[in-house]
Design a binder for this molecule. Structure first.
Ligand SMILES: Cc1ncc(COP(=O)(O)O)c(C=O)c1O
Length: 383
């Protein structure tokens, strides 16, 4: 290709075959005005739906007041946002704000290296944590690791959810143990409560820090504030991003009292982290999630989908709340294409047989029924 013909925007993923120009609630619209049910959620980001009026007006009001000041100054809004997030998370003592998921994990892993003085991590097969070098070190995705192997921190990868595998390694070697409590990209894989409890016990006994990457599972997506609440575990560090500010770039690293007390001023920093605009969006997001019962809606939607998709080409609906994997076997790619013709957007995954649903937490009954009806229609044509 001649250099002049390259588009100005560097390509990343293959985009949908139509542009998206507007969003409202659980739908997005293309440039022809066609509406699509958004079960993809802008990749698990649009927690409160598109352009929720309370979030949009909080952002607009903040933009008239103070768009930005760095952490060189105390901004009361930032303190309020931190307190409200810590209260919502029930357990962590403090939060460090940054701007993305990879940056949140990068900081969490750096903290683990510094606090423990150790030099290795434990992570899990199929786990996905980001593209910066420490986050990539603990990510089991050969495609994106290729070419960077020499720069990655040594990491042991165990089978996710396998109790016996935990006995095969010495945890006292590890600075930190990082996991997605539900492995999203791997095809929405879950593990049992006994496995999470055993993992926590191993970490506590050896001083390895337990890091929950709740970038997809947090903020009510599984029907509870965080997945750690479901499994009865108190991570040393929890990372968040994606839905935290309904689509404004924001990441957060939540620290236990013990870890927070070992982090000194100057250890962490970020120019844009905790920007007033993002903090306003975070506070509005939390208010909507709690005030409009979105965690309850996530649980109700899960039940409706699990019931409604029974008897179709979807052999199994994995996951919980509104992070669901539809296992449609060899028919998954065709089902994804068919749903798109019905104006329903879903995600793929690293497992070609599994489609992912990660819609706004306020997905409507009408939207759910549209998906269920379309999957039944596809199934009738493909016995
Ligand atoms: C579980 C998980 N962790 C980390 C990341 C990285 O987040 P970001 O793309 O905001 O850097 C992602 C992104 O998809 C993710 O799904």
């Amino acid at each position: 290709m001649h250099i002049d013909t390259l588009p100005a925007l560097q390509s990343t993923y293959a985009p949908f075959p139509f542009p998206i120009v507007r969003g409202l609630g659980d739908q997005v619209f293309d440039d022809q005005g066609c509406a699509y049910w958004d079960f993809y959620g802008g990749h698990c980001v649009c927690a409160t739906g598109h352009c929720h009026p309370a979030v949009a007006s909080a952002i607009a009001a903040q933009a008239q007041e103070l768009i930005f000041y760095s952490t060189a100054a105390r901004v009361p809004l930032r303190d309020q946002a931190a307190q409200e997030l810590v209260d919502f998370a029930q357990g962590p003592a403090s939060v460090f704000f940054c701007n993305s998921g990879a940056e949140a994990n990068e900081n969490a892993l750096k903290i683990a290296l510094k606090v423990t003085g150790r030099k290795r991590f434990l992570a899990f097969q199929g786990g996905w944590h980001g593209r910066t070098l420490l986050a990539l070190s603990v990510t089991d995705d050969p495609k994106i690791r290729q070419g960077y192997e020499d720069f990655l921190v040594p990491t042991t990868f165990l089978a996710f959810g396998d109790l016996a595998a935990l006995e095969t390694v010495d945890f006292s070697n590890f600075a930190g143990v990082i996991l997605e409590p539900v492995q999203s990209m791997a095809g929405v894989k879950t593990a049992g409560t006994d496995w999470f409890q055993a993992l926590q016990a191993k970490c506590r006994a050896t001083g390895a820090l337990l890091i929950f990457d709740e970038i997809q599972t947090g903020f009510g997506r599984l029907g509870q504030p965080f997945a750690s609440h479901i499994y009865g575990v108190q991570p040393d560090i929890t990372t968040c991003a994606k839905g935290i500010a309904s689509g404004l770039p924001m990441g957060a690293v939540l620290l236990s009292t013990d870890v927070a007390s070992q982090v000194k001023p100057g250890d962490l920093g970020s120019t844009f982290g905790g920007a007033p605009l993002a903090c306003a969006a975070l506070r509005a997001t939390l208010a909507v999630i709690k005030g409009e019962g979105l965690m309850e809606n996530a649980t109700k939607a899960e039940e409706a989908l699990k019931t409604g998709l029974a008897g179709t080409v979807v052999q199994e609906v994995r996951g919980s709340g509104l992070l669901l994997g539809l296992d449609a076997g060899a028919q998954a790619p065709a089902l994804k294409g068919f749903l798109q013709t019905k104006r329903i957007l879903v995600g793929g995954s690293g497992d070609a047989a599994v489609l992912r649903l990660m819609p706004p937490l306020n997905i409507s009954e009408v939207g759910l029924q549209a998906l269920i009806d379309a999957v039944h229609q596809f199934s009738k044509g493909h016995p």
